[in-house]
Design a protein around this ligand. Sequence first.
Ligand code: ASP
Length: 345
Amino acid sequence: MNPSNTSVLLIYTGGTIGMIENAETGALENFNFEQLQKHVPELQKSNCSIDSYQFDPPMDSSDMEPEAWRKLVRIIYDTYERYNGFVILHGTDTMAFTASALSFMLEGLSKPVILTGSQLPIGVLRTDGKENLMTSIEIAAAQDKHGNPLVPEVCIFFENHLMRGNRTTKMNAENFNAFRSFNYPILAEVGIHIKYNYSVIHTIQEKQELKPHYLLDTNIAVLKLFPGIHENVVAATLTIDGLRAVVLETYGSGNAPRKQWFLRLLREASTRGIVIVNVTQCSAGTVEMERYETGYHLLESGIVSGYDSTTESAVTKLMFLLGHGYSPEEVRERMARPLAGEITL
Ligand code: ASP
């Protein structure tokens, strides 16, 4: 059901979706909302009312920064009572990071926040942007017969799939089908009808208050292992000035070399209070450090499991937890608990 008295706030941050080809020069230029309405006349036909907010200037999402996440949280918090849902138009490159960050920063969210974008600009004939935009608006406004939102969480909608935001990864730079949620089921599949997979969508037990969070600590590094990695590369990363946490991208089910120098460096860093989270380089599956000896040694060195977390989610969750002043031990403990459905235990 999509009643006509619903309203959605469309927030345009930038990215390919909002670009229009200049007829004379052929160059891609950012649009404003009036231009968008001209290129997507379908917007007028939508039976919900749509207001817009535009980032000025719009940003390529490769330039995304926590400051812009704070701005999004502030806009949503300030207008929360006025709208049934929110659609964020965002570049695809870092959309999974933004979706993950927002899922932690918007505690107690009980309305849809749908991020979408496109691979081809909205002004291009074959664009995937119109479809993504129109369906996202429909999902953001969708309610059950009691007037409760169908999807009260931060999601990415892209090419027929609605996904939990903090479970997504951009995995294709060319196909329309750019995002995947490898470790969590699709929340809705869009064809002629929108088929919601209710059993995996977040449910709200009682009226909850939105609690916005703005504190993030970005003193984090991502260290991706590869055969032959040098001791000085690992040592230099783990001794970065001010470093508070590392997302260690390991092999398979969370395995890493057993070399003495490697385990010693990890142990020393953990003892100094650096939180090291083990996330697998594999797209799908989970970290199980107890499974092989090569993983077990990491456990002994004080490394904590990232379970089936994406790197995007682990990085932003660490920023969130460290930003809130938790001690290393408290952060380690909270990394093992889902805050917004980002890991499966
Ligand atoms: N570089 C663009 C961005 O992320 C790509 C896109 O929108 O798809 O903003």
